[in-house]
Design a protein around this ligand. Structure first.
Ligand code: ACM
Length: 548
């Protein structure tokens, strides 16, 4: 009923809107003040957005976003003097100074005009997001925006959301929608998990069977993977993103200042690759299927075997990835690499002996070092899940910790830069309630409050003076139990909204009760505007409920 009421309010056609409150902005800005005059800026059709060279795409992005959100159509105008605010309008002003924080912006609204001042592209996009949050949602002839002064910058340099498109694949339209979710919440990185045991989802020219064979599985498990007996749907499933589609996504993200980091998961999680090219496996004479179930670790062979053909394969695959993605980072997975298949394989054991590798962990490090060096020679830095740090890896790579604080502390203490994505509470494939009737998830209990209150810098790291080693955080969205877009939305919202503030706002600015108010008054109306689903019992399922 309440939801119906909110929908009705949002969809009503109004001619004159009331201003939105800057104190509702999510994530919470660093500094807000209210100028003496309370006379609003009145946004109306045909008003100009002035921009300087290089920012036309962002001016147009702002214009389109305002049109979609308010029905008011502005015009974009290139200007050689954007600082001259003589005409009523919106001004996007690049301030070239040497000592500024990345992604910083200033937003000023007064009766005559609006300006966003910024030092870099991300600062501009962040300012645009705050401005859009000051505008109403609906169809208006004019909209009032109250005078405001905001100075803002993020707490962490890396603020990411991951999406697994292997266990379930989502259309390009949804990937764009997901990137819009990121932009609204001032995330700056989309981590695209493109390959795994259950499918290879990126077009490859040098190894076409990765797509003709590796991108499709014969069927998919129904229910939880631990259910016995296991049941399957009997339906062939799959697909992959063409290079043209991937370029379209990268371009879409780049306008929104979002870096797209591809993940090609090796040397484990490679069942789709060895299904396509069994010669890269420890049993070249076997016909492997692309996995139809989940939780492969130690249950089914999914590792690459160390041999010249495999290392050539890695070079060629990553050549194509590097050519496609402008991101300075490439994610090479490295997680859950089962050692038993290497232990059982005489050829692998012989390779280890020849190369002085004392155990399978050293072989895992060998793989990661091989690819990290190769990527470095192409000007890219490698990211891997925390298992890359099990052996003796040099610290030029970045560790993405999906374990507990222990692994984050270990990696930071060794000198790695760390992106903290602990399973508890940053895995959004875990339950957000303890309701036995809740939609199927893998396990766990990561309620909204836990996401909001988690400090990505563990106390032990602060005590060791290593805080700067935690460069940011991310939530991971594994889609075994998310077969469609609505389910992904349900699992990420409102937790993603909480995460945005955890990664953006200074700890002293955070307050859960205040966040809940802003969630209700600002974020949930957005979910409705986007036609997105969300988990709406977030108040009931807090940290006072202990896990089952
Ligand atoms: C992971 O959850 N295996 C990165």
């Amino acid at each position: 009923m309440k939801r119906l009421f909110i929908t009705a309010c949002i969809l009503c056609i109004c001619f004159y809107s009331t201003a939105q409150n800057a104190h509702l902005i999510i994530p919470k800005p660093a500094f807000i003040s209210y100028p003496h005059s309370s006379e609003p800026f009145v946004l109306a059709n045909k008003q100009p957005i002035f921009y300087s060279a290089n920012f036309e795409a962002q001016a147009d992005y702002l214009k389109q976003a305002i049109l979609k959100q308010t029905g008011i159509e502005l015009e974009i105008r290139k200007s050689s003097d954007v600082k001259n605010r003589s005409t009523t309008g919106i001004y996007l002003i690049l301030i070239a100074t040497s000592n500024n924080s990345p992604e910083q912006y200033e937003l000023n609204v007064n009766k005559q005009n609006i300006d966003i001042q910024f030092h870099d592209l991300r600062g501009l996009v962040n300012g645009i997001q705050s401005l859009l949050q000051l505008m109403p949602i609906g169809q208006f002839n004019v909209a009032k925006i109250s005078p405001i002064h905001i100075e803002d910058q993020p707490r962490f340099a890396y603020r990411g959301m991951h999406l697994d498109v292997v266990r379930h694949i989502f259309p390009i339209s949804y990937i764009k929608k997901y990137i819009d979710y990121l932009a609204f919440h001032k995330f700056n990185t989309f981590h695209w998990h493109l390959t795994d045991d259950q499918g290879w989802r990126i077009e490859m020219n040098a190894y076409p069977k990765l797509n003709s064979i590796g991108s499709f599985r014969n069927e998919t498990l129904i229910g939880h993977f631990k259910d016995s007996p296991a049941q399957y749907d009997g339906t062939r499933y799959g697909g992959f993103y063409t290079k043209a589609e991937i370029k379209e996504i990268i371009q879409y993200a780049s306008i929104r200042a979002i870096t797209v980091i591809p993940e090609i998961d090796i040397p484990g999680h490679s069942r789709a690759a060895i299904a396509a090219y069994p010669e890269l496996s420890t049993k070249p004479d076997t016909i492997w299927n692309v996995a139809t179930t989940w939780g492969m670790y130690n249950r089914q062979n999914n590792v690459l075997a160390p041999k010249p053909a495999t290392f050539r394969f890695l070079e060629k695959v990553f050549d194509e990835v590097v050519a496609l993605f402008p991101s300075p980072y490439i994610h090479v997975g490295g997680d859950e690499c089962s050692k038993i298949w290497w232990k059982q394989d005489p050829a692998t054991q012989a390779f280890m002996k020849e190369n002085g590798l004392k155990n399978e962990t050293a072989l895992q490090t060998y793989f990661i070092e091989f690819i990290a060096k190769y990527l470095q020679s192409k000007g890219k830095q490698t990211i891997g899940w925390h298992e890359i740090n099990e052996g003796d890896l040099d610290t030029s790579t970045i560790v993405m910790n999906w374990g507990t604080e222990k692994q984050a502390i270990e990696a930071a203490s060794k000198g790695f830069n760390v992106i903290n994505t602990p399973g508890k509470p940053f895995y959004f494939d875990h339950y957000q309630s303890q309701d036995p009737k809740d939609s199927l998830a893998i396990h766990g209990y990561n309620p909204l409050e836990a996401v909001y209150n988690y400090n990505p810098i563990p106390t032990a790291i602060i005590q060791k003076g290593l805080s700067s080693k935690i460069i940011g955080g991310q939530a991971n969205v594994w889609t075994e139990y998310m077969g469609n877009e609505k389910k992904v939305d349900y699992m990420i919202f409102p937790r993603m909204t909480a995460l945005s503030e955890t990664l953006w706002s200074a700890p002293e600015k955070k307050n859960y009760a205040d966040f809940l108010k802003r969630l209700e008054q600002n974020a949930i109306p957005r979910y409705l505007f986007w036609n997105s689903s969300w988990f709406n019992e977030y108040k009931k399922w807090d940290l006072s409920k202990s896990p089952k």
